[in-house]
Write a protein that binds this ligand. Structure first.
Ligand SMILES: *Cc1c(COP(=O)(O)O)cnc(C)c1O
Length: 229
């Protein structure tokens, strides 16, 4: 397997899942490159992927620097998908197109203060209610919308979640369906700065399930590097 073949397989799986879904969404495929160096990340991008994600500030900055030429020549979109410490917001936020792990109002306030342009953010939702997980519960998300909608540099484009590691396909599907319901509910409330039309859900093991349930962004890591040293 080469990276180019992996890219081809993933894109064809994405098309098949879209075709089988009752949602005819556009799906943006994000390559999560946290496991590899900039050279392998570059191969994925050159094979036709234009969205790249890292989960930690340091790795994000490293890759951003190493791939600057590609960002300029081929319009890469940069995603930060992992939890972000408030004191690190200023180091990274103005390089980020989409931030997927907004998990508190305090973090949103810090982003709003440091951002020099509008940052597209996903509220991270802990649908399964696991104690160990980051994110807003469904109720907390609803309770904080007024506060969030007052932050002019923070645009809530959608919701993000991660299924528990050990979940079966059916359990993942149930979690993703709940996230879809909450996304539609929040979107219908029409808060300023909270369009909430997007769903960031699905990783290597469950992206086809997620697309079937309405994902518009999938975050795929190790599947791109399967069979590669
Ligand atoms: C690592 C990571 C992914 C990708 O996981 P894979 O199982 O490698 O596809 C997706 N989302 C987040 C938040 C991650 O940290």
């Amino acid at each position: 397997m080469s990276i180019a073949e992996n890219v081809k397989n993933i894109l064809s799986n994405v098309d098949a899942a879209r075709a089988a879904s009752s949602y005819s969404n556009q799906v943006s495929v994000i390559a999560v490159t946290k496991y590899v160096g900039a050279d392998l990340a570059r191969e994925v991008l050159e094979a036709g992927i234009s969205h790249i994600a890292e989960n930690r500030t340091e790795l994000f900055l490293e890759k951003y620097d190493a791939l600057k030429d590609l960002t300029l020549s081929s319009n890469l979109t940069w995603h930060l998908i992992g939890s972000l410490q408030r004191r690190k917001v200023k180091d990274v936020i103005n390089l980020v197109d989409y931030f997927h792990a907004l998990d508190s109002v305090k973090l949103a306030q810090e982003i709003n203060k440091r951002a020099e342009h509008v940052i597209k953010c996903f509220l991270e939702i802990n649908i399964s209610g696991e104690m160990s997980k980051h994110g807003f519960t469904t109720d907390e998300a609803l309770e904080n919308l007024t506060e969030l909608s007052n932050l002019e540099n923070v645009q809530i484009v959608g919701l993000m979640t991660m299924a528990p590691f050990e979940a079966t396909d059916e359990e993942c599907a149930e979690i993703f369906r709940k996230l879809k319901v909450l996304q539609m509910k929040i979107s219908a409330l029409n808060f300023p700065n909270v369009p909430c039309t997007e769903l960031s859900m699905g990783m290597s093991r469950d992206y086809q399930v997620a697309i079937h349930e309405g994902a518009t962004f999938v975050r795929i890591g190790h599947e791109f590097f399967r069979g590669i040293e």
